[in-house]
Design a protein around this ligand. Structure first.
Ligand SMILES: Cc1cc2nc3c(=O)[nH]c(=O)nc-3n(C[C@H](O)[C@H](O)[C@H](O)COP(=O)(O)OP(=O)(O)OC[C@H]3O[C@@H](n4cnc5c(N)ncnc54)[C@H](O)[C@@H]3O)c2cc1C
Ligand SMILES: NC(=O)c1ccc[n+]([C@@H]2O[C@H](COP(=O)([O-])OP(=O)(O)OC[C@H]3O[C@@H](n4cnc5c(N)ncnc54)[C@H](O)[C@@H]3O)[C@@H](O)[C@H]2O)c1
Length: 446
C-alpha cells in the first residue's frame, strides 16, 4: 500500500481535470478530484456550452425574418428570455450530472470544496486533510475585472447566463472572443449593444480581413463600437450603470459586461506551501510535459495561460495522465490549433495569417473568395462571406485558412485536418467541389 491516500489528487473538475482524472483512473490510479463550484468547469457550466446554445437561440431572430422570403408567413415574432435562459440552464444541469457520472463510473472520488496545499504532498478541502503522491492543478481562470472605482456594478460572463431580465441596453468592455460573441447574441435579442474597445481594433490576433468584415457587418446590423475608449469609473443608477470614460464623456446603460480577458486561478491555492512557482498574471509555469518546478505537481489548462481553449485543456490533461500513469508518454502539439469566434456571423481560423506567413517565408501566396452565400441572396440579406487561404510559395503547402460567414467554424474544422496534414494548394485544387455549398469555395480559389 502507498503511504499516501491517493496516487493522484486533481484540483478542479473542469475540462482538463475531468479528462486527466478519468484517464489516470483508467490506468489503475487511485484518484480524487476537488471541485469548489460545479463539476464540468467553465466550458460546461458557464462557457462554451451555454454560450453556444445562446448563439443558436439568437440566430432565430434573423432566420424568422429571412423565412418570409422563402414563403413562410411568420405573423408574430417575440422573444422570451426566461424561456431560453431556463432551458439552457436545465441543459447545463443535465451535462453537469453526466460529468459527475463519468467520474463516479471511473471510480474517481469527488470532493466538493475548495482545495489548498498545506505542504507539497497534502491538501486541505473543507477542513479535511488528504495526501497524494502526485497532484494536478487544473483550476482554470476567472474573468478579469479592471481595477476602476465601481467596477463591481458591471457583470462578467459568469453572471450573464443568469440575468433576471433582458437588458434594453448593454455596454461591453473588451474586443476579444467573449465581447464579440455576447455582442452578437444580445443584439439579436433586441438589446442595444455597444462594444468599448481600448485599442483601435477588435480581435487583435485575427486575420485583419476577417475582423474588418465582422466590423462592417456588425455596424450594418446596428451594433455600436467605440474605439480607443477606456472606462475611468462606474456609478450605479436606478436602472443600471453610468460609465465615465477617460475623455470625461459618460454614458448610461442597463448593463455593463466586462469581457477583458481571463486570469488564472492561483490565489488561495497555497502554492507557497507546495513550493510551486507562478509567472506572468499569476499563471503556473510548466514545461512541455505540463510539469511545474515541483516534480510531482503538474498543471494543465487555463491556469497555465498557454492557450485558453477547452480542447487544449482536455488534451493536456490526457497527455499528462497517459504519460505519468499509463506508461505511454506523449506531448501536446500546439501547431495548427483551430479556433472560432461564435460572433454573428462567426469566424474560424487555423494556421498562419498572411502577415505571419510573409514574416516566416519572406512572401506568401494568398487566395481569397469574397462571396454572398446563396441563402443570403434569396433572403435579400446583404452579408458577404470571406474565405482566405495562405500558401507557402516554396513548397505550395497551405499554411493558413481564415473564414467568416455562415457555419464557418463547422467548415473550418475539416480544413484544419488538411492543413495539419501539410496538404498543398494543388491538392486542394485537385479535390472535386461539392456543389452547391459554401465550402466548395475552398477548392475553387484560383
Ligand atoms: C464565456 C466563455 C465562453 C467560452 N467559449 C469557448 C469556446 O467556444 N470554445 C473553447 O474551446 N473554449 C471556450 N472557452 C474557454 C474554455 O471554457 C476554457 O479554456 C476551459 O474551460 C479551460 O478548462 P480548464 O480545465 O483549464 O479550467 P475550467 O474548465 O475553468 O475548470 C477549472 C475548475 O476548477 C475549479 N476550481 C478552481 N479553483 C479551485 C480550488 N482551489 N479547489 C477546487 N476547485 C477549484 C473551478 O470551479 C472550475 O470548475 C470559453 C470561456 C468562457 C468564459
Ligand atoms: N470561441 C472560443 O473559443 C472562446 C470563446 C470565449 C472565450 N474563449 C477563451 O477565453 C479567453 C478569454 O476571453 P476574453 O474575450 O475575455 O479575452 P480576449 O483576450 O479574447 O480579449 C480581451 C479583450 O479585452 C481588451 N481589454 C483588456 N483590458 C481592457 C480594459 N481594461 N478595458 C477595455 N478592454 C480591455 C483587450 O484589448 C482584448 O480585446 C480567450 O482568449 C479565449 O482563449 C474562447
Amino acid at each position: 500500500m502507498s503511504e499516501y491516500d491517493y496516487d493522484l489528487f486533481v484540483i478542479g473538475a473542469g475540462s482538463g481535470g475531468v479528462r486527466a482524472a478519468r484517464i489516470a483512473a483508467g490506468h489503475g490510479a487511485r484518484v480524487a478530484v476537488a471541485e469548489e463550484y460545479r463539476v464540468g468547469g467553465t466550458c460546461v457550466i458557464r462557457g462554451c456550452v451555454p454560450k453556444k446554445l445562446l448563439v443558436y437561440g439568437a440566430h432565430f431572430a434573423e432566420d424568422l425574418v429571412d423565412a418570409q422570403r422563402f414563403g413562410w408567413q411568420v405573423d408574430e415574432r417575440s422573444f422570451d428570455w426566461p424561456t431560453l435562459r431556463d432551458n439552457v440552464l436545465a441543459e447545463v444541469d443535465r451535462l453537469n450530472g453526466l460529468y459527475g457520472n463519468t467520474l463516479e463510473n471511473n471510480k474517481v472520488t469527488v470532493l466538493n470544496g475548495h482545495a489548498r496545499f498545506i505542504d507539497p504532498h497534502t491538501v486541505e478541502v473543507d477542513g479535511k486533510r488528504i495526501t497524494a503522491a502526485r497532484f494536478l492543478i487544473a483550476t482554470g481562470a476567472r474573468p478579469a475585472v479592471p481595477d476602476v472605482p465601481g467596477a463591481e456594478h458591471g457583470i462578467t460572463s459568469n453572471e450573464i447566463f443568469h440575468l433576471e431580465t433582458l437588458p434594453k441596453s448593454m455596454l461591453i468592455a473588451g474586443g476579444g472572443y467573449i465581447a464579440n460573441e455576447f455582442a452578437g447574441v444580445f443584439h439579436e435579442f433586441g438589446t442595444k449593444v455597444t462594444l468599448l474597445n481600448r485599442s483601435d481594433t477588435i480581435l487583435r490576433e485575427w486575420e485583419p480581413a476577417l475582423r474588418d468584415r465582422l466590423l462592417t457587418i456588425s455596424l450594418a446590423k446596428g451594433l455600436g463600437f467605440k474605439f480607443n475608449t477606456l472606462i475611468k469609473h462606474v456609478d450605479k443608477t436606478e436602472t443600471g450603470v453610468r460609465v465615465h470614460y477617460h475623455d470625461d464623456s459618460e454614458e448610461e446603460a442597463d448593463q455593463l459586461l466586462w469581457a477583458v480577458g481571463r486570469v488564472p486561478n492561483t490565489e488561495g491555492l497555497g502554492l507557497e506551501a507546495a513550493g510551486v512557482e507562478t509567472g506572468s498574471i499569476g499563471a503556473i509555469v510548466v514545461d512541455e510535459d505540463s510539469r511545474t518546478n515541483v516534480p510531482h505537481i503538474h498543471a494543465v489548462g487555463d491556469v497555465t495561460n498557454r492557450v485558453q481553449l477547452t480542447p487544449i485543456a482536455i488534451r493536456e490533461g490526457h497527455a499528462f495522465a497517459d504519460s505519468v500513469f499509463g506508461n505511454k508518454p506523449w506531448r501536446v502539439d500546439y501547431r495548427c490549433i483551430p479556433s472560432a469566434v461564435f460572433s454573428n456571423p462567426p469566424l474560424g481560423s487555423v494556421g498562419m495569417t498572411e502577415a505571419e506567413a510573409r514574416n516566416a517565408f519572406g512572401s506568401a501566396r494568398v487566395f481569397t473568395s469574397d462571396f454572398r452565400p446563396m441563402r443570403n441572396v434569396l433572403a435579400g440579406r446583404n452579408e458577404r462571406a470571406l474565405y482566405k487561404l495562405v500558401v507557402n510559395p516554396s513548397d505550395d503547402k497551405v499554411v493558413g485558412a481564415h473564414m467568416i460567414g455562415p457555419d464557418a467554424p463547422e467548415i473550418l474544422q475539416a480544413v484544419a485536418i488538411a492543413i495539419k496534414a501539410g496538404l498543398t494548394k494543388a491538392q486542394f485544387d485537385d479535390t472535386i467541389a461539392l456543389h452547391p455549398t459554401m465550402s466548395e469555395e475552398l477548392v475553387l480559389m484560383r
